[in-house]
Design a protein around this ligand. Structure first.
Ligand code: CTP
Length: 448
């Protein structure tokens, strides 16, 4: 009896999948089909899968070709499956020709000709038209955004707006996109807007983009005053528009896994969260020269506050800022201490003082630790009183990580999944309130 195995995502099940399974089954007597999990797809950079794992399994089952369905969760699983299930033939579509030759040491490898003119990617694009992204701002983060957006299927970065046409033109030439000086023409050519301009301009740009009926992804800190966040989220909700604050950590799979474990009760009740992120910055850069809106907290505060708000919530009973300022009164190191009814937290960030950037979550039964760069979460450990029980977790973090937030933003626009829970409106509003408190206390900043 010949045993055959094949693997796939089988998203938006189509004729190509059906024909592949039919031919794979015909190769032997017993067919095992491995269906990928969402986490595995994300880890290998396949970001916009529409159907849930359950639906994809159901669709494979309905064909009647699979004698057994298994789940593919990790890289390297195929060799183990082949041994475990005593497989004779590994079959896969011809788009993978050569990629699985290494399995020839374990079984026969057959590449089946791919059905022409059909793919999940094609169907995803037909179901949801490509979203044309317009970028406002031409700084370093905008530079990082473009290559990441190119990895997300379903979006196309069409152009950039900057009131300084020269900067827009230079940026547009480099990335082969359009440059706009006139904002109306820019909105006309864009479906969604990514805002990467200086912090203090975010509010005005978000307001105008929403008023033009555009969905908005805005870099952190989204706004610097609570009433601004209230107003913008209220407007977006009323007009069915997506407004998302781009704190990349919130959307990355490793951070997500860490939060899940922290909240699972395995370390007991969470009593203390400490988050630190320092990055020595060139003193001539905007972050250290803009005495009004620059400094450590406006730059890095969103990252260090994120795990605290996610784990201990927004209802803190007290908040205190301790800062070290430079000669211009700009904070080069800031420590935020928060008290909660049943816990405490500290968030530390610095552009001019280097420290041990780590995330520590202490509970009544154990603690979780993630070392720098925990904000690009790829690895963390769970420790208990009994040191032999230490658990180690890793997760892929690809590239600059912006692809995850872009992908979630797109899924929310298309209505295929709701990732709002990863960074809620309430959490973004709380962050804006903390920014406002900091700027008022430390800088005597007043905007109104
Ligand atoms: N397949 C095929 N013919 C097609 C599409 C897919 O034979 N037109 C095969 C693939 O080669 C693979 C299996 O079906 O062996 C599952 O492929 P999957 O990656 O899930 O489907 P795609 O349509 O290729 O998905 P995507 O566009 O997301 O890459």
């Amino acid at each position: 009896m010949a045993r055959v195995i094949t693997y796939g995502t089988f998203d938006l099940f189509h004729e190509g999948h059906y024909r592949l399974l039919q031919r794979a089954k015909a190769l032997g007597d017993y067919l095992i089909v491995g269906v990928t999990t969402e986490a595995y797809d994300k880890a290998r950079g396949k970001l916009n899968v529409v159907d849930s794992l359950v639906t994809r399994i159901e669709n494979v089952k309905k064909t009647g070709f699979a004698d057994e369905i298994i789940i593919e969760e990790t890289q390297g699983q195929k060799v183990n499956d082949i041994r475990r299930f005593h497989i004779d033939i590994f079959a896969i579509g011809s788009d993978w020709t050569g990629a699985f030759d290494y399995l020839k040491d374990y079984c026969q490898v057959i590449y089946l000709e791919r059905t022409k003119n059909i793919s999940s990617t094609m169907l995803r694009e037909q179901n949801s038209p490509i979203q044309r992204i317009g970028i406002i701002g031409t700084g370093r983060i905008a530079e990082r955004f473009i290559p990441e957006a190119r990895l997300v299927s379903g979006v196309n970065t069409q152009g950039v707006y900057n009131p300084h046409l020269e900067s827009a033109a230079r940026f547009a030439q480099k990335w082969e996109i359009n440059a706009y000086k006139e904002i109306e023409a820019f909105y006309e050519a864009s479906d969604v807007i990514y805002i990467a301009s200086p912090h203090e301009t975010h509010f005005g740009y978000i307001q105008s983009a929403l008023a033009h009926g555009k969905h908005v992804l805005c870099e952190k800190p989204m706004v610097l005053e609570k009433h601004q966040a209230d107003e913008l989220f209220g407007y977006a909700k009323q007009h069915n528009l997506i407004l998302l604050e781009g704190i990349k950590t919130a959307y990355c799979p490793g951070f997500h896994k860490l939060l899940g474990i922290a909240c699972s009760g395995t370390i007991g009740a969470i009593r203390n969260v400490e988050a630190c992120f320092t990055k020595l910055e060139n003193p001539r850069r905007r972050e250290l020269t803009d005495t009004r809106y620059g400094g450590s907290f406006t730059e890095l505060g969103s990252y260090v506050m994120l795990p605290i708000l996610k784990l201990l919530g927004k209802e803190y009973t007290s908040i205190r800022f301790d800062t070290i300022n430079d000669e211009n009164g700009l904070d080069i190191f800031t420590k935020i201490s928060l008290e909660y009814p049943s816990g405490i937290a500290t968030a530390t960030c610095g552009l001019g003082v280097k420290s041990d950037g780590r995330l520590l979550i202490a509970g009544t039964k154990g603690y979780i630790v993630a070392e720098a760069p925990w904000w690009k979460t790829a690895y963390f450990e769970v420790h208990y009183e009994d040191i032999d029980k230490t658990e180690k977790y890793s997760e892929t973090f690809l590239g600059d990580g912006l692809r995850y937030e872009i992908s979630d933003f797109l899924s929310m626009i298309n209505g295929s999944s709701n990732s709002e829970f990863k960074l809620t409106r309430g959490e973004s509003i709380a962050l804006s309130e903390i920014m406002e408190t900091f700027l008022q206390e430390k800088r005597g900043y007043r905007n109104r």
